[in-house]
Each structure stands twice: as structure tokens, then as C-alpha cells.
Design a protein around this ligand. Structure first.
Ligand SMILES: [Zn+2]
Length: 378
């Protein structure tokens, strides 16, 4: 009875100790990471939605800009046509002015000619028609004079009237053309204003477009940063979940084709560095290119160049236990990859600080190298 109670007390103490030695708050940490990931994924969705809105806005603004450009093009063509029209009109006006000048000159000439006729006939241009009549020598002379005057004046008057009509006609044309010109000038002014207002609208749309583009770039940068963060946390979650507890099962020998151990774990003289140091694993000699297999299932946490280890793979088996495979000639796995016990992960080589092809195999518990022969046998 007494003995049984002592055993149960010991059991309770052992349980408490084992609880105390569990990775501190690993579950909390995992939960926190999961929440943070949720949070970041929400933010990513928000940013994506914002970006979508801005992209819609951008498309709308671009359509608006194109419309404005088309309208501007059309209005500009109309403006050019108006300018051509007014140029044509100016030419016509110049001709009309010239014609008017000629008509006026013709008219003046004819009037002067008429005056000249009269004065040639009667020497003294101050003489009135009454004087002319009174100067007549006799009735015949008088009649002749009257007839002559009336004939002359009739002919001259006809010509003068014709010229006057011609002059008036040209003057009328000139007035009409000047009115047309004024109308065209007004239309040109209006068109110019319209073009200016179109340009102003376009400038405003363009500046809005720039602002939208700037927002999109900022959102894209945010999205990229958030995605990187999310991936980082995903990896952390993976690591935290896999590290939770050790995968089950006994480790197997990592080099199926050879059991020739050329160096054991512990203190030795290093073959290259030539000083006494602790050998952190075992060396198993094999020909270059031989298969290296995973000692147990787990997650690849390192696959790449590791300084003196050369090309190396580290597999996390959970519970703080990991295995390392060094000096490989070729790596066949990637970081994050899940592997099964016995799965080929690399090929034997002599990369890094090595004197010949062999596998340097380590077993670590919480990062501390252990004697692998306590874990594997052949
Ligand atoms: Zn070694």
C-alpha cells in the first residue's frame, strides 16, 4: 500500500517535470501565429479589394480620357476648317475691295469726264445751264445747244448710273462678306474656347489617372509585403506544427550501400584542420553518387550550401530532433518538403571541407549534436 503511494507520488513528479520540459507555450505560439496569419490574410484581401477598385477607377478614367481625346480631335478638325474658311474669305474680301476700288475710280472718272465735256463745250465751267441758254445766238442755236446738252447728259447720266449701280453692287457684296467674316470670327472664338475647356478637362483626368496609378503602386507594394509576411508565418506555422512532437518510429541507417564508418562521433584530430575537435557526427564512406536516405520521416528545413558541410540537408523530425546529411554531391529535396523514412534525399559527394566521398551524418536534439550510433544501426 505504502509502496504504491510512493510510486504514484514519483509518477506525478515525473509528469510535472515532463510537462515543465515541454517546449514552453508551443501551442500558444502556434495559436498566435495562426491568428496573425488570419489577420494578414484579411489585410491582403482588403488590399486586393482596394486595388480592384482603383483598377476600375483607372479603366473608367482612361475611357474618359480617350473620349476627350476623340472629341478634341474632332473639334480641332472643325477649328482648322473654320480657319481655312476665313482665309478663303479674306482672299475673296481682298478681291472685293480691289473691285470696289476700281468701281469707285470708274465712277469718279466718269463724273470727271462729264464735267470735262461740259467745260470743253463752254470754256467757263462756272456757267450754268441757264447762262448757256441765255448766251444762245438764236433760237436754232438754242435748240441745238439744249439738244446737245440733253443728249450729252443723257448718255453720260446713263454711264454714270450704270457705274453707280456697279459700285453699289460691289459695296453690297463687301458688306455681306464682312458680315460673314464677323460670324466666322465669332465661331472661331467659340471653337477656341471649347478646345481650351476640353484640354483643361483632359488635364484634370490625366492628373486623376496619375493619382490612381500612384495608389495602385502603393497597394501593390503593400500586397507584396503582406504576401511575403504571410508566407513567412506559414513557414513558422509549419515548423511549429511539425516540431510539436517527435515523429514515431526507429531511425534507419542513412546510407543503404555502405556501413563503413571512417570516423566516429566525439573528440578527434580533424583530418584537414589538424587540431583536436569534437566530431559532431559519424562519417560513412561510400562511392560518389551513392543514395542517401532520410533516417526518418520529417520536414526538410535546410537544403543547400552550408559552408564546411558543403551541400547539406537537414530534416526536422519533431520534438526538437533533427538529422543532418553533409558533403553531398547532389540534393534531391527542397526546403519545406515532407519526406518519408528511407526516401532518397541526396547523393554522396565530397563537397565542403572533405577529403573524399563520404556522408557526414548528424543527429541533433534541440540543436545539440548527439552520437548518431545511439539512434541508428546497420
Ligand atoms: Zn564528418
Amino acid at each position: 500500500m505504502y509502496k504504491k503511494r510512493a510510486i504514484s507520488v514519483i509518477l506525478i513528479i515525473v509528469m510535472l517535470i515532463s510537462l515543465a520540459f515541454q517546449p514552453a507555450g508551443a501551442d500558444d505560439e502556434l495559436e498566435k501565429a495562426k491568428q496573425e496569419k488570419q489577420n494578414i490574410d484579411n489585410q491582403i484581401n482588403q488590399v486586393k479589394n482596394q486595388k480592384k477598385n482603383e483598377l476600375n477607377e483607372k479603366a473608367q478614367l482612361e475611357a474618359e480620357k480617350n473620349n476627350l481625346l476623340n472629341t478634341e480631335k474632332k473639334e480641332n478638325e472643325e477649328y482648322e476648317n473654320l480657319l481655312n474658311e476665313i482665309n478663303e474669305l479674306e482672299k475673296i474680301l481682298e478681291e472685293v475691295e480691289q473691285a470696289l476700288k476700281e468701281a469707285e475710280e470708274n465712277y469718279e472718272n466718269q463724273v470727271n469726264q462729264f464735267k470735262a465735256h461740259l467745260s470743253a463745250m463752254y470754256k467757263n465751267s462756272n456757267e450754268t445751264i441757264l447762262d448757256i441758254i441765255l448766251e444762245s445766238k438764236n433760237i436754232i442755236d438754242l435748240l441745238e445747244r439744249i439738244e446737245l446738252i440733253s443728249l450729252l447728259s443723257k448718255r453720260d447720266k446713263q454711264i454714270i448710273d450704270q457705274l453707280k449701280t456697279a459700285k453699289e453692287d460691289v459695296e453690297y457684296k463687301r458688306r455681306t462678306y464682312l458680315e460673314q467674316k464677323a460670324e466666322l470670327q465669332e465661331a472661331i472664338r467659340e471653337k477656341k474656347n471649347r478646345l481650351e475647356s476640353l484640354k483643361a478637362s483632359r488635364a484634370s483626368v490625366e492628373s486623376q489617372l496619375q493619382e490612381t496609378q500612384r495608389k495602385i503602386e502603393i497597394l501593390e507594394k503593400q500586397e507584396k509585403e503582406l504576401l511575403a509576411k504571410s508566407e513567412e508565418i506559414s513557414n513558422l506555422i509549419k515548423t511549429l506544427s511539425t516540431r510539436k512532437k517527435y515523429v514515431e518510429g526507429q531511425m534507419i541507417w542513412p546510407l543503404p550501400s555502405s556501413t563503413r564508418i571512417t570516423s566516429t562521433f566525439g573528440t578527434r584530430r580533424h583530418p584537414i584542420l589538424r587540431y583536436i575537435r569534437t566530431h559532431t557526427g559519424i562519417d560513412i564512406a561510400a562511392s560518389s553518387g551513392s543514395n542517401i536516405v532520410a533516417a526518418n520521416k520529417g520536414t526538410v528545413i535546410v537544403a543547400g550550401w552550408q559552408g564546411s558541410y558543403g551541400n547539406a540537408v537537414i530534416i526536422d523530425h519533431g520534438g526538437g530532433i533533427s538529422t543532418l546529411y553533409g558533403h553531398c554531391s547532389k540534393l534531391l529535396v527542397k526546403v519545406g518538403q515532407e519526406v518519408e523514412a528511407g526516401e532518397i534525399i541526396a547523393k554522396v559527394g565530397s563537397t565542403g571541407l572533405s577529403t573524399g566521398p563520404h556522408l557526414h551524418f548528424e543527429v541533433r536534439v534541440n540543436g545539440e549534436p548527439q552520437d548518431p550510433l545511439k539512434y541508428v544501426s546497420y
